[in-house]
Design a protein. Sequence first.
Length: 264
Amino acid sequence: MAQSMSVDPHSSPLLGKLTNKVAVVTGGNSGIGLSAARLFAEEGARVYITGRRQAKLDEAVELIGHGAIGVQGDVTNNEDLDRLYAKIQAEQGHIDVVFANAGNFRNNALLGDITEEHIDQSLSLHVRAVLFTVQKALPLLRDGASIVLNASAATCKGSASLSVYAASKAAVRSFARTWTAELAHRKIRTNVVSAAFIETPLFDAAGMTTEQFDAFRDSVMPSVPLRRFGNADEVAKAVLYLASDDSTFVSGQELFVDGGFVSI
């Protein structure tokens, strides 16, 4: 006679790592942000993404599926952030995951060529916007929520022309330490994912031609132990780990996705 078996709902294959959670991904319309948003949605989250260009945002929402919602806006504009969170407040009432991902790789320059514009643009996007993205989410963040910040392995190695970019990303790493201490009483975790040599549209945005990109890749490949560039999906899996309950005792940490570049 067959025996009935009880099923533990927490072990059900139908439940994803982010089932019933609300996640925000800034810059979720391309690259690492899009890959993370897709993975979050596949793992059960209700995903909200931001992007500046409506057409690109609409394409991303269709690719993500699973009821994802795109909110057009610029993360450097506090009014746009307010509009994003007002929408989430009205529709969901809370947030479980914030992936502050929006950034770019443009306007790099050697020390002698750096202008005020270089500094203002990089610090506005990679420092100011990250801070206000998280600050304005605080009233909606549930206790035990996860904050993931997108920094860069460039903070650990000196690379010509990247001084402003690397400094802005170093500030992001510092945020994770401070916010881990500040938000500990709410059990909110803040961690950083730092990638290097990932094939994303950022390289196109940097203005490289195909020939320039191939030459760049060939020049840096000897410094990457795995001897290849990574892809956005590989970074997204690291972000998912930090966003999910798989990492409930991980806070204030930096997870490198770089093929061994920083460590070796």
